[in-house]
Design a protein around this ligand. Structure first.
Ligand code: SF4
Length: 108
């Protein structure tokens, strides 16, 4: 959805719900190729994320933001890099002091 403007500006369409049924669109084809990126594909093509200490929590971030901000669909999401590498995780965690964090970084 975040890339819909990108495709619209280029007159590219990933499918047409008016002419194809939703089940067919969601089970394969161009749409699925665009929205699904496996962890294996990402780490094989993006050594920065593959070697990142936060990968387990971030998984490379948002593909739409990575593409929109870097031009690389398999690139690193700069917003998530800022979040994890500029201490925003700690800052936000501190804001919610007293709340239970069900998945803190560093937990198994
Ligand atoms: S997007 Fe940034 S923080 Fe997230 S895994 Fe990649 S390099 Fe690490």
């Amino acid at each position: 959805m975040q890339l819909s403007g990108f495709y619209d500006a280029r007159k590219e369409f990933l499918g047409n719900i008016k002419t194809e049924d939703l089940q067919t669109l969601l089970q394969g084809g161009k749409y699925l190729d665009e929205v699904c990126t496996t962890i294996k594909t990402l780490t094989e093509n993006n050594p920065k994320c593959g070697g990142c200490e936060y990968f387990r929590y971030c998984v490379g971030g948002c593909r739409a933001l990575a593409f929109g901000l870097t031009g690389d669909k398999l690139g690193s999401d700069p917003a998530k890099c800022a979040f994890f590498k500029m201490d925003y995780y700690e800052k936000i965690t501190a804001l919610f002091d007293g709340w239970k964090n069900l998945a803190p970084i560093g937990s198994e």
